[in-house]
Write a protein of this length. Structure first.
Length: 167
C-alpha cells in the first residue's frame, strides 16, 4: 500500500470543481486526509485567484494508474488537455508524492513545484509536517518555515467540504 499526496487547484467555478474533484477522489481512493483550503493569486499569468489544497490517500495502484485516474477526474470536471501551462483551470490534480519514490517516469516524483509554490508547500506541510522530502531530507514543515512567504500571496479560506469527507 502506497501513501500518496495529491495537489488540487482550480480557478474556474472553483467551489463546484473542487467539491466534485474531492468526491471523485474519495470514490477512487477512500478516506482522504485533507489540508485546509487556500486561496492564492494566479502564478505565471494574470487570472482570477485559485483555490488550492492537498489531500493524502492510500492506494494499491501503480504511479501510472494513479496519474491516469487523476486525468480522468480532471476530464470529467471540464479540463481540456493541451491548454497552456499557465492558464485558468477547471480542475488540476497532480501527484506530488508516492511514498518516498524518486523517479522521472512515468512522471517526475517528488514533484518539483513542492519546493517553489506556496500553494503546494503550505497545504502539504499541513497534512505531512514531519514527512521528509525524499531528495533533500528536510521535513515539509521546516521547508515551509524556511520558505520566502513574500514571494507568493496565499491565505486560508473557509470552504464547505463535501459531507462524505472527514477532515
Amino acid at each position: 500500500m502506497a501513501r500518496i499526496y495529491i495537489s488540487l487547484g482550480t480557478n474556474i467555478d472553483p467551489v463546484e470543481h473542487m467539491q466534485s474533484g474531492l468526491i471523485d477522489l474519495h470514490e477512487q481512493f477512500g478516506q482522504l486526509t485533507l489540508s485546509r483550503m487556500f486561496e492564492s493569486e494566479a502564478v505565471g499569468f494574470n487570472g482570477t485567484n485559485f483555490l488550492n489544497m492537498v489531500a493524502a490517500a492510500d492506494t494499491e495502484m501503480s504511479i501510472a494508474d494513479v496519474v491516469a485516474t487523476f486525468k480522468r477526474i480532471e476530464k470529467q470536471n471540464g479540463r481540456i488537455r493541451g491548454e497552456k501551462k499557465f492558464s485558468p483551470r477547471s480542475l488540476d490534480i497532480d501527484l506530488l508524492l508516492y511514498d518516498n519514490e524518486v523517479c522521472q517516469f512515468p512522471i517526475e516524483l517528488p514533484r518539483g513545484e513542492i519546493l517553489y509554490n506556496a500553494f503546494v508547500l503550505w497545504p502539504l506541510a499541513e497534512v505531512a509536517p514531519s514527512l521528509q522530502h525524499p531528495k533533500n531530507t528536510k521535513t515539509y514543515q521546516s521547508l515551509w518555515e524556511e520558505y520566502d512567504k513574500t514571494s507568493q500571496n496565499i491565505w486560508p479560506v473557509e470552504f464547505d467540504f463535501p459531507a462524505i469527507l472527514t477532515r
